[in-house]
Design a protein around this ligand. Sequence first.
Ligand code: NAD
Length: 251
Amino acid sequence: MLKGKTALVTGSTSGIGLGIAKALAGQGANIVLNGFGDVEGPKSQVQSLGVKVAYHGADMSKPAEIENMMKFAAAQFGRVDVLVNNAGIQHVARVEDFPPEKWDAILAINLSSAFHATRLALPAMKAANWGRIINVASVHGLVASAEKAAYVAAKHGLVGFTKVTALENATTGVTCNAICPGWVLTPLVQKQVDARAAAAGCSDEEAKRQLLGEKEPSLQFTTPEELGELAVFFCSPAANNVRGVAWNMDR
Ligand code: NAD
């Protein structure tokens, strides 16, 4: 379905981003990976699906580096057809204790980076009259949890940004939608499980059960593979007129 097209997935060296990159590669898209940590492992996982893979290590909190990444992607593959704004971080503290530098970092990485990548991707998508922008928000783009002020603010912002981008391009072949996962067991969430286990003096298994029990009626984690398939749907012809939605996947 996506043969000959290029997908750039931010924060795709791990977790949900890697799951989405692999699902899009499974449909034939060439992939631009981004993110920190091990690069060779994720790169070879995507390459094994028979597509071309490039990597750019832009720090998504830095607009100039995002600009370099977008230029790099265009130079490698011609243009970006599918942009997945996925990079994200978390910090947990009450508002009065929230370190201002963590607030700034979360807003920059989880929200502003999507604006910068999107503004730079849109001209080529509009010229081709085809494009898909998929913002990985969260159920925290729709509801709140205590101690997650910056994350909840950024994700609500991302859902709003998704709607505006969809609206401004509604007469074109460019769509923009948000994915709103509940708990997914990635390194980002494992840190919260570890903190809970340490605070309560309980096992990893019990901490996971408590975490899910508070908010996920199914008591199950959503997987990066399931989220990847939702991204594939947004790229399909069936979704040509799916615009500006914030789609929960939270069981
Ligand atoms: P993760 O920690 O496994 O992956 C995060 C990715 O972002 C990594 O590749 C990391 O290197 C990259 N990254 C972090 N800071 C970056 C920066 N400054 N520049 C470039 N890349 C950077 O986390 P995840 O759970 O896969 O999270 C991915 C997205 O999904 C995030 O936006 C997160 O908010 C969202 N999300 C996660 C869950 C969950 O339960 N795990 C639920 C809802 C939404």
